[in-house]
Design a protein around this ligand. Structure first.
Ligand SMILES: CC(C)(COP(=O)(O)OP(=O)(O)OC[C@H]1O[C@@H](n2cnc3c(N)ncnc32)[C@H](O)[C@@H]1OP(=O)(O)O)[C@@H](O)C(=O)NCCC(=O)NCCS
Length: 163
């Protein structure tokens, strides 16, 4: 598997994946609206087949992981993509990476916590506000769990030791 920079050739595909996964081609985080297909990111591919993507946004010394999407789970795609985003954030001088997921997304909660993220904020009922902008967001999510709350995760990016 190889991971490369997201290029203009990938943007339509990223837009389609965002629509599938997030009920619209944009995502709302805190007070920002992001168009993932316009952001920097990485694409994971197996041969000619795209198998995952991650998009991010850098500002004020922090990196927001806006989307991460592995088409086949539990095969290492997410880890490779997250490593790339963390490396890009470090290279840009960021000291923190953060991301948002929902209460039903137990796989993502496990994934982030096992990779050094901690829960930094919980917005109980936060999805009600999101649905005003994105009425297509499903009411029932992973494992049949009602989608209600936003959970923010963050990780401090310690400088890598000099070899
Ligand atoms: C969250 C998400 C990105 C994780 O990606 P992933 O590709 O499944 O993650 P990985 O495969 O790298 O790691 C998951 C587990 O699989 C295990 N794994 C990795 N390669 C493996 C392999 N070849 N065989 C078996 N298990 C493997 C990892 O060890 C890891 O286990 P751990 O968490 O206990 O350490 C993925 O579930 C996803 O795309 N979900 C839908 C979109 C989403 O919810 N995004 C997050 C909110 S934006």
């Amino acid at each position: 598997m190889r991971v490369t920079d997201l290029t203009d050739d990938d943007r339509l595909w990223v837009q389609e994946r965002t629509e599938l996964l997030f009920g619209g081609d944009f995502v709302v985080s805190r007070t920002e609206v992001h168009d993932p297909h316009k952001l920097p990111g990485f694409i994971a591919a197996e041969g000619r087949e795209r198998v995952g993507l991650a998009t991010y946004c850098l500002y004020r010394g922090e990196c927001e992981l806006v989307t991460i999407d592995a088409l086949c789970q539990f095969m290492g795609v997410g880890t490779l993509l997250l490593d790339k985003v963390e490396a890009a954030a470090r290279a840009a001088g960021c000291t923190k990476i953060w991301t948002i997921t929902t209460n039903d997304n137990l796989d993502a909660q496990r994934f982030f916590q096992k990779r050094g993220f901690i829960i930094s904020q919980v917005r109980l009922g936060g999805m009600t506000k999101i649905r005003l902008l994105k009425p297509n967001v499903p009411r029932v999510g992973y494992y049949g769990i009602p989608v209600r709350d936003e959970i923010e995760f963050e990780k401090v990016l310690a400088p890598l030791p000099i070899e």
